[in-house]
Design a protein around this ligand. Structure first.
Ligand SMILES: [Zn+2]
Length: 389
């Protein structure tokens, strides 16, 4: 039997969304003029207080802030977290007014419209519709509006330390798909050690830059022969690419060092330790082949991939609600990029990404399709009821 749907107030939803876009919340680590999350957090705080949530503001230092809102259940149900990041990327190169959200042909334009103020508006609207309908939830509904997803994710990291939930939905823009997996990444640095000498003295010099080139050729070979063969059903193959390189002293001098940084994108099943071992075995092999080859390797940043079982209760509830609202089964997918969901999942909170559709995230012209925000809100409201009961 089809459950009765909770219908959101779409006029208020549009109004909230436009107000959220009009508040500049550019991440200050991406643009020094970016104001961060404080003003938008205060705006959201007023809205969730009116709905009836208990509010906690979490100070993350440097004027960065998280907002957590709790709607206590009557007891005996599961706790659901709905998560949204309040920061946006910067506005450089935008061809539309980033903070004057216009609504044309069913689309709402502006920086953060899609990524992810529409998701935040949907979370607020679904929560309000549930309370207004008089529905009593057994489990708690926990909203986490976080800082800094677009840079180092200090917001969700802090929320994961203090909040507990049985499952989480991150309302990033997924084109209405249920995103159950995404790639992770590691950042790697290698210092190649050479020996400075006059350019005319190959017998004395060791060319660190050429050694880095030899390594890059071997890494490229590894990508083609090994990484391309590894495949995840939703994510495809892992990859590696060179990112930064520096070295050299002068045109007539053998370079005494070369620093190479590169990024390795990982799929579920790959670990940071495994990635490290693979890189080091390439270096060892080159050390055997070239007697003066010397390098130090360091893996200096890691973000894990995400994979949620399709049989997880949250996935089943969300998929059931999707079908209840839309009338046909949801599409399941994966993100090539990384998202905050992996942080929650690593903390034992299974996290699914699900959010509205649109185009131009991080781009010159960003918009969200408003009908998808309404649909997303309905799906969220129905999921809250089924999951928290
Ligand atoms: Zn985002």
């Amino acid at each position: 039997m089809k459950r009765r749907l909770i219908n959101p107030d779409s006029k208020k939803l549009l109004d909230d969304l436009q107000k959220l876009i009009s508040i500049n919340s550019v991440n200050p680590d991406l643009d020094q003029d970016g104001p961060g999350e404080r003003e938008i957090a205060i705006f959201i705080k007023d809205l969730v207080s009116k709905i009836g949530f208990e509010i906690t503001l979490q100070d993350l230092g440097d004027n960065r802030i998280n907002l957590t809102a709790l709607l206590k259940g009557t007891g005996g149900g599961r706790t659901l977290m709905l998560n949204g990041h309040m920061d946006t990327v910067d506005t450089r190169g935008m061809t539309i007014d980033p903070f004057d959200p216009v609504f044309i042909d069913g689309k709402v334009y502006g920086r953060g419209s899609l990524d992810m103020k529409a998701g935040i508006a949907a979370i607020l609207s679904a929560s309000r519709a549930i309370v207004n309908s008089g529905t009593k939830l057994k489990g708690d509904l926990l909203l986490t509006f976080v800082a800094d997803e677009e840079y180092k994710s200090i917001g969700t990291e802090a929320a994961a330390e203090t909040c507990h939930a049985d499952g989480a939905i991150i309302c990033e823009p997924t084109d209405m798909k249920l995103v159950l997996a995404h790639k992770g990444f590691t950042w790697e640095r290698i210092v190649f050690h050479g020996k400075a000498a006059h350019g005319s003295r190959p017998d004395e010099g060791v060319d660190a830059i050429t050694h880095s080139g030899i390594f890059l050729a071997a890494l490229d070979d590894f990508q083609r022969k090994v990484l391309a063969e590894r495949k995840h059903p939703l994510l495809g193959s892992p990859s590696v690419h060179a990112s930064l390189i520096a070295g050299g002293i002068g045109i007539s001098t053998y370079p005494d060092s070369c620093i190479l940084e590169f990024e390795r994108r990982t799929i579920p099943g790959e670990t940071p330790e495994g990635v490290k071992e693979e890189i080091e075995s390439i270096l060892l092999e080159l050390g055997r082949k070239y007697p003066d080859f010397m390098a130090d390797h360091e893996q200096y940043f890691v973000r894990n991939p995400l994979e949620i079982d399709e049989g997880d209760r949250l996935v089943k509830c969300l998929g059931g609600s999707w079908e209840n609202v839309m009338g046909f089964p949801a599409e399941v997918g994966g993100f090539s990029g990384w998202a905050d969901s992996a942080i929650l999942n690593d903390k034992g909170i299974p996290a699914v990404n699900f959010g509205p559709a649109g185009k131009g995230l991080h781009a010159a012209e960003e918009y969200v399709e408003f009908q998808s925000v309404i649909d997303c809100t309905k799906v969220l409201a129905d999921t809250i009821i089924t999951y928290c009961s």
